[in-house]
Design a binder for this molecule. Structure first.
Ligand code: ATP
Ligand code: MG
Ligand code: MG
Ligand code: MG
Length: 575
């Protein structure tokens, strides 16, 4: 490619709304242009990088045995009603009506569409397991679109969905996908960590996030390279508390407690709009029972609200407080006491949340306790809350150097950018939508599902966060829009220079190297700063002096000095 046919759209000015390096550089290097808040056009140079991210992802997904499909961006409300997400998803879901007043949304994710496809196309267990994927445009009406394509409203995602007969098969495919993701991020040439994660609004039990390490990352992750432990900070803090046991009790209570009451109903009772209720948290504290003077562990439930983003969530209400004499024993749940029900403010309770469960029926726990008929007496609420507050301060944050939960190493805390997220969904969607196949026994059986996302457009920004300096972008080789820039000195004044430049240009192209030949009539300094800004990894300069010596001047993007390389060696050197 020649700059005369591939005009660079570099600009000097940094946009006023750009807070982080990648956003500034993507505008300055002419990769993207803003159309509206969180909505961008990809220019030719940016699109070359985006396509590379897609291509590597596609190759590795194909290698892992996944089948490519292309699903629509426009999705009918009926399917979302089947899973209950039409009501639950909140304002991030862009809803609309067609001319016949039929309701649709712009897909933020595709569980409903793929599950509908699977229940229609898959008939027999012999067709399982199967994994479909697509690389497609998503729309999420983010409350605060920011950082350019890092958190945009319209973005490109690779999303994959797997279907299984049983949990073993789901786990096998999950492991294959985990490995495929590892291969993909390695091929991108990015530093990353896979961490245990919460499955959030998508649901399911097991989940990992893939984070590109960068100081500007919105998430904190905790890992220990010596022990292999890695989790996002929310999950890591959960691991260090006795609360992982509570997951089990919570499920038991759900199935064993009569008189179900949904969290939405409890929310209504407390005056919290049900569509704002996302999470129920359990917090453990120690408190002194004023009646007996004993110090005990107390579990307390908090109802939170937020807009589908953990960092937006504000502590809203406390809905119950329970005392476990022997926390190990599940039976003790039945001896818990219904406590205070009423509001507590974020100011009164600034402690960090240590556990979060995205379940809808955790309040069954409350009801069970209520029905058990126990009552608190004599408790000094002010004092006990203060104790809890203190305790929460104590456990507020995991910090560098903490022991890892497995005791095998020390925790490092780093900032990360979530670029991938994989989940074992179980039957959450397939049961709701009755996606069944005929099993070996000839019976109908609901399939199990996994889902696997990569933020394709976010990866481009994340790569720049990891690779840049004061002069511009530093692409890893695999993602660079071109590998080599040729900058001829005063080419237009010298026929013999033109011949040599054209020859080297051809040879590099023939060797399969992507070359950008700067044939503009501009000063050398101008060429260099453009090539550095757009981040081309290798630059060769050809001038009359080099012609006499039979050499070009080579300089790598991160090197500070150039060196001479003979014409005859340059292709071999760059290959
Ligand atoms: P985040 O926590 O950043 O909001 P998410 O957890 O909501 O992301 P997922 O539902 O897990 O996102 O979607 C899969 C991937 O899509 C994410 O890991 C991320 O890389 C990408 N992604 C999600 N939201 C956006 C966005 N607004 N802009 C760009 N990429 C996004
Ligand atoms: Mg999100
Ligand atoms: Mg997330
Ligand atoms: Mg996620």
């Amino acid at each position: 490619m020649r700059t005369s046919q591939f005009p660079l759209s570099t600009v000097k000015e940094t946009p006023a709304d750009a807070e982080i390096a990648s956003h500034k550089l993507m505008i300055r290097a002419g990769l993207i242009r803003k159309i509206a808040a969180g909505v961008y056009t990809w220019l030719p140079l940016g699109l070359r990088v985006l396509r590379k991210v897609e291509q590597i992802t596609r190759e590795e997904m194909n290698k892992a045995g996944a089948l490519e499909v292309l699903m629509p961006a426009l999705q009918p409300a009926e399917l979302w009603r089947e899973t209950g997400r039409w009501e639950k998803y909140g304002p991030e879901l862009a809803r609309m009506q067609d001319r016949h007043a039929r309701e649709f949304c712009l897909g933020p994710t595709h569980e409903e569409i793929i599950t509908d496809l699977a229940r229609n196309e898959l008939k027999s267990y012999k067709q399982l397991p199967i994994t479909y994927y697509q690389i497609q445009t998503k729309f999420r009406d983010e409350i605060r679109p920011r950082f350019g394509v890092m958190r945009s409203r319209e973005f490109v995602m690779k999303d994959a969905y797997s279907f299984h007969l049983d949990q073993d098969s789901l786990q096998q495919t999950y492991a294959v996908m985990y490995q495929a993701y590892t291969n993909i991020f390695n091929r991108f040439g990015l530093k990353f960590r896979a961490v245990i994660a919460d499955s959030g609004a998508i649901g399911g039990a097991v989940s990992h996030e893939f984070h590109v390490l960068a100081d500007s990352g919105e998430d904190a992750i905790a890992f220990s390279d010596t022990s292999g432990y890695a989790a996002n900070v929310e999950k890591a803090e959960l691991h260090r508390t006795p609360l992982n046991r509570a997951t089990y009790t919570q499920e038991k209570v759900l199935t064993e407690t009569p008189g179900k009451k949904t969290i939405a109903e409890v929310g209504e009772f407390l005056g919290v709009s049900p569509d704002k209720i996302l999470k129920t948290l359990i917090v453990v504290s120690r408190f002194i029972d004023a009646g007996t003077g004993e110090s005990r562990n107390s579990y307390c439930m908090l109802l939170l609200r937020g807009d589908h983003e953990l960092n937006e969530i504000k502590l809203q209400k406390i809905i119950g407080d329970f005392d476990f004499a022997k926390e190990e024993e599940i039976e003790d749940l039945m001896h818990c006491r219904p406590g205070y029900i009423g509001p507590i403010t974020a100011e009164a309770f600034p402690g960090r949340i240590i556990a979060d469960y995205s379940v809808e029926n955790l309040s069954d726990f409350v009801c069970g306790a209520n029905q058990a008929g126990f009552h608190y007496t004599g408790v000094n609420w002010g004092r006990d809350w203060n104790l809890m507050d203190e305790w929460l301060h104590d456990i507020r944050q995991i910090v560098n150097g903490d022991p890892s939960p497995d005791g095998q190493g020390q925790i490092t805390i780093a900032r990360g950018i979530e670029v991938g997220h994989i989940f074992q969904l179980g039957d959450k969607y397939s049961a709701a939508m009755n996606a069944a196949i005929i099993n070996e026994a000839g019976k109908n059986q609901i399939m199990l599902m996994g889902c696997y996302g990569i933020g394709i457009s976010r990866v481009v920004a994340a790569a720049i966060e990891q690779g840049h300096d004061e002069r511009g972008i530093i692409w890893p080789n695999e993602l660079a829009p071109f590998q080599v820039a040729i900058c001829p000195m005063n080419m237009h004044k010298s026929d013999r220079l033109i011949d040599t430049v054209e020859k080297i240009y051809r040879e590099l192209l023939d060797a399969g190297i992507e070359v950008l030949l700067d044939d503009r009539k501009v000063r050398a300094g101008f060429m260099f700063s453009d090539m550095e800004l757009i981040g081309i990894p290798h630059r060769i300069v050809i001038g009359d002096r080099g012609l006499d010596n039979g050499t070009v001047e080579y300089q790598g993007r991160t090197e500070h000095e150039s060196r001479e390389i003979p014409f005859a060696d340059i292709v071999g050197f760059l290959k």
